[in-house]
Design a protein around this ligand. Structure first.
Ligand SMILES: Nc1ncnc2c1ncn2[C@@H]1O[C@H](COP(=O)(O)OP(=O)(O)OP(=O)(O)O)[C@@H](O)[C@H]1O
Ligand SMILES: [Mg+2]
Length: 255
């Protein structure tokens, strides 16, 4: 087993709040690793530290044995680490396809001259980007919706669209922050299938999710955070029956 991503003694403070304290974890390269824990446990803060959105107060983040602790978000993304956000981020007045392309254009190797003049190289890039965008939409089951306005899609489909936007970048690792929160049970099944398929296609997935049933169905590993600390990590079933985990969840409300 080799770790694709790991943290050593990670900490993050906001004023007097310890959002993360001494978090050491290891994400194996072929895993679908779920991060669970009560509200305010530090799950999103952890993602923000892993993806260069926040600088941790202490500790380090390693990706493929490279220290990425101090890298900014754009550099981390360029390494092939892609994420979704807890709050949906779509351009509602653009089509579904344009939403996917909007992210991808940032990745295209086009300079301003080739865009303005429309060089053959630019047109080739455009064509292959378009094909990749359609393939990503196909993957998440949204190809028939490609021409629809993103704002007109039901909420669950917009969540799937966000997955397509991540996939077009051909990532090595995807971090999903509560992709199934607030969706219908039918959409949750759909999202769960798509997330599993991302994993079986060889992409490492880290999944923040509060639906423990969903986690039990698809995760290969689970880490539980509480009050910014790791209180358990291991196989889904072992974690679920861990007394510390049961205690952390008792009397706490989840969304
Ligand atoms: N930008 C910030 N400024 C100040 N405090 C923050 C900030 N971001 C997070 N926190 C605090 O850090 C702690 C962890 O928050 P975080 O959002 O990481 O939790 P979470 O596990 O993702 O919770 P949820 O399940 O509600 O999404 C909380 O006490 C939160 O109030
Ligand atoms: Mg969160």
């Amino acid at each position: 087993m080799t770790a694709l991503l790991s943290t050593v003694d990670l900490s993050l403070q906001f004023g007097g709040v310890n959002a993360l304290s001494g978090v050491s974890l290891s994400i194996e390269s072929n895993s679908l690793h779920s991060i669970i824990g009560p509200n305010g446990a530090g799950k999103t803060s952890l993602f923000n530290c892993l993806t260069g959105y926040y600088q941790p107060t202490g500790g380090s983040v390693l990706f493929a044995d490279r220290d990425i602790t101090k890298m900014g978000a754009a550099d981390v993304a360029a390494l092939g680490i892609r994420r979704t956000f807890q709050n949906i981020r779509v351009f509602p007045r653009m089509s579904v396809l344009e939403n996917i392309l909007a992210g991808a254009h940032l990745l295209a190797k086009s300079n301003l001259y080739s865009i303005l003049v429309g060089t053959p190289e630019f047109r080739r890039n455009e064509r292959s980007l378009h094909e990749r965008a359609m393939a990503s939409l196909e993957f998440v089951g949204l190809a028939p919706q490609a021409a629809k306005l993103a704002g007109d899609l039901p909420y669950g489909m917009r969540k799937r669209m966000e997955l397509a936007r991540v996939l077009i970048a051909d990532p090595k690792l995807v971090l999903l922050d509560e992709p199934a929160a607030g969706v219908s049970s039918v959409e949750r099944e759909e999202l769960s299938r798509v997330i599993s398929r991302i994993h079986t296609n060889g992409i490492c997935v880290v999944l923040i999710e509060h639906d423990v049933e969903l986690v039990m169905e698809i995760a290969t590993d689970v880490t539980v955070l509480d009050n910014g600390r790791v209180i358990a990590t291991g196989l889904p079933h072992d974690v679920r029956t861990n007394p510390d985990v049961i205690r952390a969840y008792m009397g706490r409300s989840r969304k």
